[in-house]
Design a protein. Structure first.
Lengths: 148, 442
């Protein structure tokens, strides 16, 4: 192989971590949005706030030397945590001047409400499972494109 | 629920580009030192490792399964796993492109076993990088080797086509090919005439040929096998030769008799002259080197006589000293001529040798000349090693993991005579230092 091609390949490989990681992070964010829609119907966590927060994933990508790391977090973390692991039974107290409303309630109430608890749907776990299957292949594809 | 759980870390590391860049720079430096340098890659060890790729894949999968059965799903178990099968996985990743699968399996186990993906990816990343580096080097060095071979073949074909028309030379070459067989036959008591008759005609059977010999047992069996093979290949070669002759005759006829014959004769003469020049050139090179060596011996002899004469206080001590001086001058002249005209030794090298002679370091000068005279081969062993301990790797576990990343590529650098081995050695050692001793000279 020609010497200049060696240099070119080295350059292309050096750029790989940043590119591959960004691509992988985008894919994981897509997977998270899909799984959230599957679990909730509209991708929002009902029963939290007025409209229910949108469940999504955000990535912080850092490159240090020859290593690039994407830290992908589910936001809001609390909503994802409940979807993942569920919630124990608890009492919900309305804040001063506010009333409580939610699915299954005929009308808003001021009195504390007993939440029966919820089973986790392991939604984030499914995101993780898909990511671990797809991400290495994405990276391997990128590598193969360069080395081929 | 801990927030940490709602998080995925992906780390991609690149170690391959650094290794490649080093290799490329090395090639640049060697090329800059001498454009005639030939860089060849011996990938036999890497390729040998790949032959049992399937077995390695099975072994890696078995390791994963074994750990999956284990109740102790701690990080140290993962560390052991990485240590045991890093090499397999690295090779799989680079060469077969299934690192994704292998690492995915690891990830599956690790996440189920309360091992954070962060730690896992940090560990798996270098393995992928190693695989990439190994596969890249193996692949492209193999390509380089193939290109070189194709070029060689092309040259041979070119030379062959240039030689078209020189039937005698082809026949001679063919005869050379049977030199070993002739030796073997003579050792077994079979005459060259009988052997030639057997090979070139249908007048003699194998039994008749062997009956003329005196040897028995294994020797005769070996001869029988070889002559049978030789007869077959001779038939093929003669066929080719006959076709060539027929083609030439056709050309000659087309050219019109005498004119064709004349040009053919001229071409044959040119070939003969070139062959003779080549042979005499080589012989005179060898002879020139022998002459230089003789001059070294003369100097040694003259010196010994001069010192003996001086020590004994003989009357001709002064004459002996002059003889010695003359021998030294002759030697310097010989070395200078040889360096400039025959061996094409770089002037600075030749000057160094002459200076050694001036200082009376005859043995060193002779050794230096012999050193420059021969071709050089430097073997470089390129080891692809783990990078620094990854983040999240257990602090108590050994790094790099035991038995990991033993893949290596051997790069052979062959230099023409006249180049100093120490130039290459110095460059390599510098390279090795800069890369934490990853490149080991052999």
């Amino acid at each position: 192989v020609a010497r200049h091609r060696l240099h070119e390949l080295a350059d292309e490989l050096a750029e790989l971590p940043a590119r591959a990681t960004a691509r992988a992070a985008d894919r994981v964010a897509e997977l998270a949005a899909d799984e959230a829609r599957r679990a909730t119907g509209d991708g929002r966590m009902s029963g939290m706030g007025r409209r229910g927060p949108q469940l999504r994933a955000v990535a912080a990508i850092r490159t240090r030397g020859r290593s690039t790391t994407a830290e992908i977090r589910g936001v809001p973390a609390g909503a994802w945590a409940i979807l993942q692991s569920g919630a124990v039974a608890h009492v919900i107290v309305a804040r001063r001047g506010r009333v409580l409303s939610g699915p299954g309630m005929r009308h808003p109430v001021r009195a504390p409400v007993r939440h029966p608890g919820a089973r986790g749907k392991r939604t984030w776990g499914r995101v993780l499972a898909q990511a671990r299957a797809e991400v290495p292949e994405l990276v391997a594809d990128d590598v193969a494109d360069i080395v081929r | 629920v801990a927030r940490e759980e709602i998080r995925i870390d992906i780390t991609t590391e690149d170690d391959a580009s650094r290794v490649l860049e080093d290799v490329a720079e090395q090639a640049d430096r060697v090329d800059a030192a001498d454009p005639n340098v030939e860089v060849t890659a011996d990938t036999s060890s890497a390729q040998a490792d790949l032959t049992d790729l399937g077995a390695k894949a099975d072994r890696a999968a078995a390791d994963v399964a074994k750990v999956g059965d284990s109740s102790d799903q701690s990080r140290s178990v993962l560390a052991n796993l990485v240590g045991n099968s890093a090499q397999d996985l690295g090779e799989l990743g680079g060469v077969a492109g299934t690192a994704g699968v292998a690492i995915g399996q690891l990830a599956e186990y690790a996440t189920d076993g309360n091992i954070s993906l962060r730690g896992l990816v940090a560990t798996a990343g270098p393995m992928l990088a190693i695989g990439v580096a190994v596969s890249f080097i193996t692949k492209h060095m193999a390509e380089a080797k193939q290109e070189a071979e194709e070029l060689k073949k092309l040259n041979a074909e070119l030379a062959e086509s240039l030689r078209a028309g020189d039937v005698e030379a082809a026949a001679e070459k063919m005869a050379d090919g049977y030199g070993d067989l002739i030796d073997q036959a003579e050792a077994a008591g079979v005459s060259v005439q009988d052997l030639t008759r057997f090979l070139t005609t249908q007048d003699m059977t194998l039994q008749e040929l062997l009956a003329t010999g005196t040897a028995t047992g294994d020797e005769m069996v070996a001869l029988a096998l070889n002559v049978t093979q030789a007869k077959d290949s001779f038939a093929d070669q003669s066929g080719a030769l006959a076709t060539n002759v027929a083609r030439q005759q056709e050309i000659q006829e087309a050219l019109g008799g005498t004119a064709g014959a004349a040009s053919d004769g001229a071409a044959a003469t040119r070939d003969l002259t070139a062959a003779y020049d080549e042979l005499t050139g080589r012989l005179s090179d060898d002879a020139a080197y022998l002459d230089v060596q003789d001059s070294f011996d003369d100097v040694e002899q003259a010196a010994r006589e001069a010192f003996a004469a001086a020590a004994a206080g003989e009357g001709d001590a002064e004459q002996a000293a002059r003889d010695h001086q003359r021998a030294v001058i002759d030697l310097k002249q010989q070395v200078a001529d040889y360096s400039a005209t025959v061996a094409e030794i770089p002037p600075q090298q030749a000057t160094e040798i002459l200076a050694m002679i001036d200082r009376g370091q005859f043995a060193a000068a002779e050794a230096a000349l012999a050193q420059l005279e021969r071709n050089r081969v430097a073997h470089l062993r390129l080891e692809v090693a783990y990078p620094n301990r990854p983040v999240g790797y257990p602090p108590n576990a050994p790094w790099p993991p035991t038995g990991a990343a033993a893949s290596s590529t051997v790069v052979n650098v062959t230099m023409p005579r006249g180049m100093r081995g120490r130039d290459v050695a110095a460059a390599l050692e510098g390279y090795s230092r800069r890369n934490g001793g990853r490149l080991a000279r052999r």
